[in-house]
Design a protein around this ligand. Structure first.
Ligand code: HAM
Length: 428
């Protein structure tokens, strides 16, 4: 077909998949609310600077993946590539900043990255995430991990592993940065151009390299955990102790750095065995105590995670499919459209799912459509019957047909519905 196709890297969420995604959000919201988290929603576009400064101008996200545009007023805006910087901004710009700390928030919605599309990787994807703002206790790092972990459990997602690391803070990061510089500088001539550029801008970002030629150099690179200051070591111990209290198993992974610049100390990802390579992370997160100041606000520690909903929904137990209609209301006569609408509305008022077929096809054509839709009952409004205040009720399951008084329609239809969730318990 020669029509206009959807943009590369986007997807249409058809009813079944949308139900799975929404189910994941519903369960995530329920689980996080048991830990005291409340939902918020920030705009889909923000001032570009929020991400340039927040996520970091040496990151792949900012350098190559942002959807940035100028609006008619000449402002540079960006479709949000992630939700953490917007949540911190919203905190400072609202009454949230006056609430007792820490503030616990959850969110979901579309994110945009000009990524190379592939399995589980989109240019518009959806995240569910949580953020805790205003307190730096390491036990909170374990709490957000616990929310994520329980959420996956309730969705029936197994085969996951929690990868945990500490990447230090402003006190010990300079020493680590120096060690990285030394390690990679001695091989400068062998580095791919992109990685040479990364080294010059922010040596830590070189650890994001996906270039296979870099694998041996990355393998022998200095490890973050060998350079932690005592405060970071102590905090990391407390995170692990709290994870044990939650009963959550983890794998220490000193190679884990995360691709966004705002992280300090705890960094984590949850990987799934079926997701390969760079796409194996179901979600990622960590502590970002310096982000607020980088954005021009007062100091405000924070920690959180975000999960890719497309990836989570793919692995979760199938959500209940979206409910199908139970009844078709129709007539052979176009002039009876008003009566068809009235009958359908009457039934809907009782919670039934009714399609009013007011098309101009033949009665046979409409009956065939109702059969294909798999409904239990067809209510046929005939001109002659309407005059007598009656309709025909046909059971497609039993193949029976009877005339029913319009006033007693519900009593006639109720016993013919097969689906247990018909809601008729409260009707008859
Ligand atoms: P992130 O690791 O960039 O972290 O993204 C989190 C999750 O979003 C990933 O683990 C992945 O499941 C999903 N994701 C990322 N890019 C794509 C894509 N192109 N297609 C499909 N799914 C994708 C953040 O965004 C941080 N804001 C997380 C955070 C919250 N840190 C602290 N608080």
């Amino acid at each position: 077909m020669a029509g206009i196709s959807r943009p590369r890297g986007t997807d249409d969420l058809l009813p079944e998949r949308l139900a799975a995604l929404e189910h994941a959000i519903t369960v995530g919201t329920q689980v996080s609310s048991r830990y005291g988290y409340r939902r918020l929603q920030t705009p889909i576009f923000e001032a570009s600077d929020l991400f340039v400064r927040g996520v970091g101008d040496a990151t792949d996200v900012v350098r190559r993946e942002m959807y940035t545009f100028e609006d008619r007023g000449g402002r540079s805006l960006t479709l949000r590539p992630e939700g953490t910087a917007p949540v911190v901004r919203a905190f400072w710009e609202s009454e949230l900043r006056q609430s007792p700390l820490p503030v616990r928030l959850s969110y979901s919605g579309p994110m945009f990255r000009y990524d190379r599309p592939g399995r589980g990787r989109y240019r518009q994807f959806h995240q569910f995430g949580v953020e805790v703002l205003g307190e730096s206790e390491p036990e909170l790092d374990a709490e957000v991990i616990a929310v994520a972990w329980r959420w996956l459990a309730e969705l029936g997602v197994g085969g996951t592993s929690l990868q945990l690391n500490s990447i230090g803070d402003e006190a010990c990061r300079p020493r680590y940065r120096e060690a990285l510089l030394q390690h990679f500088s001695s091989h400068l001539a062998d580095l791919p151009e992109l990685d040479r550029d990364r080294l010059a801008r922010n040596p830590l970002r070189i650890l994001d390299s996906k270039d296979p030629e870099m694998a041996p150099l990355l393998e022998s690179a200095p490890r973050t955990t060998d350079y932690l200051c005592q405060d970071c070591v102590d905090a990391f111990d407390r995170v692990q102790e709290a994870l044990r209290a939650y009963g959550i198993p983890y794998q220490l992974n000193p190679r884990l750095v995360r691709g966004l610049d705002y992280y300090q100390r705890t960094a984590f990802e949850v990987w799934h065995e079926s997701l390969q390579g760079a796409q194996n992370s179901l979600f990622g997160g960590g502590r970002y105590d310096g982000l607020s100041e980088v954005l021009g606000y007062p100091k405000c520690p924070g920690v959180g995670f975000a999960a890719g909903l497309e990836r989570v929904a793919l692995l979760s137990r199938v959500a209940e499919p979206p409910p199908e209609p139970q009844i078709f209301a129709l007539s052979a006569d176009r002039a009876a459209a008003g009566a068809v609408i009235a009958v359908a509305e009457e039934l809907r008022r009782s919670g039934l799912r009714v399609v009013a077929d007011v098309g101009s096809r033949s009665l046979r054509g409409k009956m065939r459509t109702a059969e294909r839709a798999g409904v239990d009952v067809v209510v046929i409004v005939g001109e002659a019957e309407m005059g007598q205040g009656a309709v025909t009720v046909r059971s497609l399951r039993a193949g029976t047909q009877e005339s029913a008084a319009a006033a007693a329609l519900l009593e006639a239809v109720g016993p013919l519905l097969t689906r247990s969730e018909s809601g008729l318990g409260g009707v008859t």
